[in-house]
Design a protein. Structure first.
Length: 75
């Protein structure tokens, strides 16, 4: 990866972080409350132990980001 491509990638990541921050600062996160509670997310709760891994949510986010980056790099 050469420097101009790395610069573009960093700019895109920055924009994604900014948009995510805006979504959560405007309290729009409540409308996205289904994320993290999808079927397939692992949640184990015992007496004094809680384990949570958002497996399905991670896969969904990965697919969305892969599609965005694929569309960005396809010129």
């Amino acid at each position: 990866m050469d420097m101009p491509q790395l610069g573009r990638l960093l700019i895109i990541l920055g924009i994604i972080f900014i948009l995510t921050g805006i979504v959560f600062s405007l309290n729009l996160g409540g409308k996205l409350s289904f994320l993290g509670r999808l079927p397939g997310d692992i949640h184990i709760k015992k007496d004094d132990f809680v384990f949570y891994f958002p497996f399905t949510t991670s896969i969904l986010i990965s697919i969305l980001l892969s599609a965005v980056f694929y569309l960005y790099t396809k010129k």
